[in-house]
Ligand binder design. Structure first.
Ligand code: URA
Length: 244
């Protein structure tokens, strides 16, 4: 059985973004945190990071924020950027303010362009992040693309060939599958994550992507009831489905 990790209370709360160590001391003095209903006062108390801790440890009677090691799925809205420090709307700005002060930081698992919507994963778990974005993992990502021009008919064969060469790339794209939905709409499944890959693949066959939406990553499909801009924690099963 693996040993449960413990952390000093002030360190745990500071890492979750509740404040600096000094501010945490003040919050504890004001009786803001309770464990199993008992007021917590000792900054150096060690807390076992068990999965039920977020229910047992409360801040003003509200469950504690998710413990480190979280994975979120977001329905990324159009216009938000996957960056910590660019000007304008950022995907991190859609999270609660406190979550933006967490250590380790929450980062997106790969990126979607500002003008792409759909399934975006966010995590503070570096191992999970690398497992998903590693080129060796070749996890399938499905995108629905709306195109400027009617499809010619040869795109699926070209994308599947494994010979499509994008500008400024040393190696051709791995085989990708194209499912045509209509004259100007198609679902493209790729197993790499090159810069602007879907837009560049369509550009390489003389088309232009007007709209792009990520539908799934691995076996995880964006649920219909997750509105643009909304996010939620992944269950253990959903997390496993990403890399299955
Ligand atoms: N390919 C793109 O061109 N843009 C994205 O955001 C994702 C994949």
């Amino acid at each position: 059985m693996s040993k449960v990790q413990t952390l000093r209370l002030d360190r745990l709360l500071a890492n979750l973004g509740y404040g600096s160590r000094r501010e945490i001391h003040m919050l504890l003095n004001r009786s803001c945190f309770r464990l199993d209903g008992e007021i917590l006062r000792k900054v150096d108390q060690h807390i076992a990071l068990t999965p039920d801790l977020t229910e047992r440890l409360q801040y003003f009677r509200e469950p504690l924020d998710p413990l480190p090691g979280l994975v979120l799925m977001m329905n990324k809205p159009l216009g938000a950027t996957c960056s910590h420090n660019e000007a304008g709307a950022l995907v991190y700005g859609l999270l609660p303010e406190r979550w933006q002060k967490r250590e380790p930081k929450i980062s997106s698992v790969g990126r979607l362009d500002k003008d792409t919507s759909g399934l975006l994963l966010l995590t503070d778990d570096g191992d999970f992040l690398h497992q998903v974005i590693s080129p060796r993992a070749q996890i399938a990502k499905r995108y629905r693309a709306t195109l400027d021009r009617p499809l010619r008919g040869d795109e699926a064969a070209i994308f599947a060939s494994g010979t499509l060469q994008l500008e400024n790339e040393k190696t051709p794209c791995l085989p990708a599958s194209l499912e045509v939905l209509s004259e100007r709409e198609a679902v493209l499944t790729i197993t790499e994550g090159r810069y602007h890959q879907v837009r560049r693949m369509f550009a390489a066959v003389g088309n232009h992507v007007l709209g792009l939406h990520r539908m799934s990553i691995g076996g995880l499909v964006l649920p219909d009831d997750l509105a643009p801009g909304a996010y939620r924690l992944l269950s253990a099963e959903e997390r496993a489905a990403v890399v299955a």
